[in-house]
Ligand binder design. Structure first.
Ligand code: CU
Length: 175
């Protein structure tokens, strides 16, 4: 799957519409979800493919920062994942995140931990990934970004090729 420039524009228009709506509802309280992360996390036990990918060491190491939960970002239009997180910069953060279908996920390089890439390659991984994509050759530039718009429900399992053996793995649940 490739991202389509048009989707980004649609997302922008949707955001613009949302801003107008929010202004109109300014008197209401308690409806906002702009802080992300405030929604309850999902349990990895309910998503065995995600859990297996991030904890099994049959292919690659265990994801060091996966705590058995999936960060819930299903209210967000754009979701960011840090590339090069954790103590040694060899992790994706969050390792597992849930988004709504149609969301653009943006991976952003922190510059830590050496050269990384983002690769969803079912043949190289445990379990099925419903998505296949790649950011290309590993890079180490801080501020580098890679985006994928995930339009279909399913699960994207991915990893960093240079660091698969040490558990630099991630997952996106698309619902
Ligand atoms: Cu890496």
């Amino acid at each position: 799957m490739q991202s389509h420039p048009g989707v980004t524009r649609r997302t922008y228009l949707r955001l613009t519409g949302l801003a107008t709506l929010t202004t109109g509802l300014a008197g209401c309280s308690g409806g906002g979800n702009d802080d992300g992360g405030s929604d309850e996390a999902l349990s990895g036990e309910d998503y065995p493919a995600v859990d297996e990918w991030l904890t099994e060491t049959e292919v690659g190491g265990e994801a060091p920062n996966y705590d058995g939960t999936i960060v819930n970002q299903r209210e967000e239009d754009t979701v960011q994942v840090d590339v090069g997180a954790g103590d040694n910069g060899i992790a994706f953060e969050p390792a597992a995140v849930a988004v709504s279908a149609g969301t653009t996920v943006r991976w952003e390089w922190t510059g830590e931990g050496g050269a990384h890439n983002v690769t969803a390659g079912p043949d190289d991984q445990i379990g099925e990934s419903d998505y296949e994509f790649s950011s290309g050759d590993p890079v180490d530039e801080e501020g580098e970004t890679y985006e994928q718009t995930l339009d279909d429900s399913g699960i994207a399992l991915y990893h960093c090729e240079p660091h698969l053996s040490v558990g630099m793995k991630g997952a996106v649940v698309v619902e």
